[in-house]
Design a binder for this molecule. Structure first.
Ligand SMILES: Cc1cc2nc3c(=O)[nH]c(=O)nc-3n(C[C@H](O)[C@H](O)[C@H](O)COP(=O)(O)OP(=O)(O)OC[C@H]3O[C@@H](n4cnc5c(N)ncnc54)[C@H](O)[C@@H]3O)c2cc1C
Length: 432
């Protein structure tokens, strides 16, 4: 069972069907929250839960995350999204899901201080850099994905009402901007453009504990079970007879529903003390050099720099992007960790003076990717109504709220007695 104290619920009576949510990560918990608020009876089944007391014990991917909100496609860049056939999630859906999550986090920031602190949520400036100079009037229709992304961000920041806040371009005085931050000479020579906007940052350890407590108090039953397969009879044999299922098992979906599209992308982040010490001054803003086409050869993708002040105490430094690698055996001395750390110090030389967090200096995890993008889809499995919500890659926290809403919407439409649509029709309607 999760390691948080159990406070038993004074919840409202259930008025709707019984839904089993599989997965105790952010995708499962966010889906469960929305369903509970709509009056469904919820059981969450998971083989692992967020664990915060012992840093040597392995932690959920949802806890390992940065977790920085990024406009899609996220900093994992080219590995972040593919162009799947019609009827599957496309870039437009990612944008909508991310913006809905942004709005949720922004609203949450307006709650009382106590709730913000419990969720571990903050809103910081995210400064994102390009290796090439972008046109001042970047076009959403540009063939260059980086330019199109910049133009799209601008369009959302200028929409009425704005869906993104705090957008600034540093096109004119990029050198002055970098010097002000203290960017190293090497990167000053490489980087040619940048923009800034507000972005949520989530202290995942706090948020996961907060969400589990919240759901328990709203009446969710949470049981520790490893499911071998997703079939009606199998669930019934285990004592569960749900009217519908949300499958939010992340990488686990590869085995649970035999989805060959699912693959891991190994990542790791260093955890440094974000306090002013010696010549290191703490960071209040996030800095990102996302993966992007290398202008030198117009083919390869350059590696990322990812600096995220999770809180006043912790600075996250990343990241590593290794598709199809599922080995969790990195150490501080692994060559890829050393290269990542060197990149970060080349970008911001004062990191040389930063100190690692002694009890947990390196976090590594496997991002749950699929070769057809996030799978928020209805599927009938042997008479069982299943809506999948997995495969969020390096953007699980960025997409969490939007994807959970879509998953719940799909399930509700399907459960509605008047609806006669097949799961395939529901999926097509969703992504047309
Ligand atoms: C290094 C790193 C940095 C990242 N940075 C960011 C970031 O900055 N921003 C961002 O938005 N995202 C980031 N991510 C991505 C993010 O962590 C994931 O996309 C997100 O955590 C996926 O959440 P999930 O709930 O879908 O999966 P998970 O967190 O993996 O949860 C899956 C749940 O399902 C359970 N489960 C699986 N199989 C079974 C089974 N058969 N039976 C029962 N239970 C099962 C597991 O125990 C777990 O509880 C990062 C990831 C990594 C590794």
């Amino acid at each position: 069972m999760p390691d948080t104290p159990i406070t038993l619920p004074a919840h409202l009576p259930y008025t709707k069907e019984h839904i089993v949510v599989i997965g105790g990560g952010i995708s499962g918990l966010m889906s469960a929250w929305i369903l509970l608020d709509k009056g469904y009876k919820i059981t969450i089944l998971s083989d692992h839960w967020a664990w915060t007391k012992d840093f040597h014990k392995s932690r959920l991917t949802s806890q390992i995350a940065g977790a920085l909100w990024e406009f899609p496609p996220g900093g994992c860049g080219p590995t972040e999204m593919t162009k799947p056939p019609l009827g599957w999630a496309q870039l437009k859906q990612y944008e909508e899901w991310a913006l809905q999550s942004f709005e949720f986090y922004e609203l949450f920031m307006k709650l009382q201080e106590r709730h913000k602190a419990e969720f571990g949520l903050s809103m910081a400036k995210l400064n994102s850099f390009f290796y090439k100079s972008m046109p001042k009037d970047a076009k959403v229709t540009s063939e260059d994905p980086d330019e199109a992304k910049l133009a799209q961000i601008k369009a959302y920041a200028e929409s009425n009402p704005p869906r993104l806040s705090g957008l600034q371009r540093h096109h004119e005085d990029i050198q002055g901007f970098m010097q002000g931050i203290g960017v190293g000479e090497h990167y000053q020579g490489l980087l040619k453009d940048a923009y800034t906007h507000d972005a949520p940052i989530i202290n995942t350890d706090k948020a996961m504990v907060f969400l589990m407590e919240l759901l328990r108090n709203k009446g969710a039953e949470m049981e520790t079970v490893h499911l071998e397969k997703l079939e009606k009879q199998y669930l019934e044999d285990l004592g569960y007879k749900p009217d519908g299922v949300i499958n939010a098992t992340g990488l686990g979906a590869k085995d649970l529903v035999a989805d060959k599209d699912v693959f891991p992308v190994r990542g790791a982040i260093k955890r440094m003390a974000n306090s002013t010490f010696d010549k290191f001054h703490n960071l209040n803003e996030a800095y990102l050099v996302p993966s992007q086409v290398d202008p030198a050869n117009n083919k390869d993708h350059v590696k990322t720099v990812f600096l995220v002040p999770r809180s006043d105490e912790i600075l996250i430094v990343g990241s590593i992007i290794q598709p199809y690698n599922d080995q969790l055996d990195l150490t501080d001395d692994s060559p890829e960790v050393e290269i990542m750390w060197k990149r970060a110090r080349d970008f911001l030389p004062r990191l040389d003076y930063a100190q690692p967090i002694p009890d947990y200096p390196l976090a590594e995890g496997l991002r749950p990717f699929t070769s057809k993008n996030v799978k928020v889809r209805a599927e009938e499995r042997d008479g069982l109504k299943v809506v999948h919500n997995y495969g969020h890659g390096g953007s699980g926290w960025t997409l969490a709220v939007g994807c959970a809403r879509t998953a719940v919407h799909l399930l509700e439409t399907w459960l509605d007695g008047k609806n006669t649509k097949t799961p395939d029709h529901l999926n097509m309607d969703m992504y047309e």
